[in-house]
Design a binder for this molecule. Structure first.
Ligand SMILES: Cc1cc2nc3c(=O)[nH]c(=O)nc-3n(C[C@H](O)[C@H](O)[C@H](O)COP(=O)(O)OP(=O)(O)OC[C@H]3O[C@@H](n4cnc5c(N)ncnc54)[C@H](O)[C@@H]3O)c2cc1C
Length: 390
């Protein structure tokens, strides 16, 4: 990237949109808004747009969303899921393969798209706070150790789960859960096009996964509820399977528990949230890339056109369905998971393979039409959750 882009003079111009956070959601928002002709500046606290490597699994909707930038980051394709619980297993063959993408390729590709659209990117620039300033918003930043102020009409918080923009503008904090994963050598019996998922309710209300990033390596991970316990469970799981962690990765992931309104008016300015900052994460599987990009597109369009936005309405519906699925599964005991795997008959597995989890309402409808007993199991899960809270 040109060095002039790395250390631009701050200051801010009239009508400028400042995006805080130069990761997936922020850079996609910047590209969308800049393509519509608005001045956009992205502030990123890291020293460059080349983050540490991390493999992520996404549905093929990602390809539709990003086109060329998507192709540059794909490192593997997943054609099959194998689900395990208590000695039982089921297999789901995907009609449209899931994609394994490499974040260290995705972020630079998105940064280039945002720059091509006209956005200016500022590295080593940390957002500190914002306040109304009559014309719009005064944004305070630390730019390579120097305090500076700039002006913006709109600020977009794309600064992740513990968003400082959200806090500065008065949004309540989003709840988070720990995600821990170890990079491991892929076991000899593990095909590189297959993701394995284990339901072990004694360890976690979520699940374990092993996602191959190549024919040699994969990411074995768990989402838990308490950080230290989650790491201990993963260590035990690895030990039982005699797998050596080559590298550890982890962070806190937002838990979607209801729509976070994405826009607030502060004085004469507007503040928006996108991606993890707005908990735009599928809480059934805790995947946030595709949904965060949808949030970014919706907010980008709202900034350009105003009014109600169809993308955000559809995203809200999507996230609500995942929240319903999570509530149904969250208090499942071993016998419920065993029953769930037993109930996945051929036609149910066909639906799971044909419709991806980013079209969850259609998926849920198709699955329950083909196996109505799943509705009873789901309802029991919902009631169990309620009775445990009472
Ligand atoms: C280990 C791990 C595995 C995951 N696996 C998957 C997966 O397989 N599939 C999937 O879909 N999702 C996965 N996720 C979730 C996914 O990575 C996130 O949902 C997604 O990256 C969120 O993107 P974002 O742009 O909203 O926020 P982030 O990626 O968190 O980016 C926030 C950006 O804001 C910057 N920033 C923060 N504060 C400031 C500040 N004050 N000033 C300036 N900049 C700031 C940060 O440096 C960062 O670049 C995983 C997450 C983790 C941690």
């Amino acid at each position: 990237m040109p060095s002039t882009e790395e250390r631009p003079r701050l200051g801010g111009e009239s009508g400028e949109v400042v995006v805080v956070g130069g990761s997936a959601a922020g850079l996609y928002t910047a590209a969308t808004v800049a393509s519509g002709g608005r001045k956009v500046r992205v502030l990123e606290s890291r020293p460059d747009f080349e983050p540490a490597s991390r493999s992520l699994i996404v549905t093929d909707q990602f390809r539709t969303q990003l086109g060329t930038a998507a192709s540059e980051s794909i490192v593997n394709e997943i054609r099959r899921f194998e689900l395990f619980t208590d000695g039982r297993s089921a297999q789901v063959v995907l009609a449209r393969p899931d994609l394994i993408i490499e974040r260290s390729r995705l972020i630079p590709a998105l940064a280039r798209s945002a720059q091509r659209a006209g956005a200016k990117l500022s590295f080593a620039t940390r957002f500190l706070g914002l306040a109304p300033n009559g014309r719009g918003l005064r944004v305070e930043v630390d730019s390579a150790g120097q305090r500076e102020e700039l002006h913006a009409d709109s600020v977009v918080g794309a600064d992740g789960a513990s968003s400082r923009v959200a806090r500065s503008a008065g949004w309540p904090p989003v709840e988070t859960v720990p995600l821990v994963q170890a990079i491991v050598r892929l076991p000899k019996d593990h095909p590189p096009d297959t993701t394995r998922v284990w339901f072990v309710p004694d360890d976690t209300p979520y699940f374990y996964w092993l996602i191959p990033e190549s024919s040699e390596r994969g990411a074995l991970g768990i989402i838990g509820e308490e950080g230290r316990d989650t790491k201990k469970c993963l260590s035990r799981f690895l030990e039982k399977r005699q797998m050596e962690p080559l590298e550890w990765q982890g962070a806190r992931i937002p838990v979607y528990r209801g729509w976070v309104p994405v826009r607030r008016r502060i004085g004469n300015g507007e503040v928006y949230l996108v991606g993890d900052a707005a908990a735009q994460v599928k809480v059934s599987t805790v995947g946030g890339i595709v949904t965060g990009l949808r949030g970014a597109l919706g907010v980008g369009q709202s900034i350009l056109r105003g009014g109600r936005n169809k993308e955000l309405t559809a995203l809200r519906r999507e996230l609500a369905t995942h929240w319903l699925i999570r509530r149904a599964l969250h208090h499942f005991q071993q016998k419920d998971y065993s029953q769930l795997v037993d109930l996945l008959n051929v036609s149910t597995r066909e639906s799971l393979g044909a419709i991806n989890r980013d079209e969850s309402t259609r998926l849920l409808w198709n699955v329950v039409c083909r196996q109505p007993r799943l509705v009873l199991l789901g309802l029991r899960g919902l009631l169990m959750g309620r009775s445990l809270k009472d």
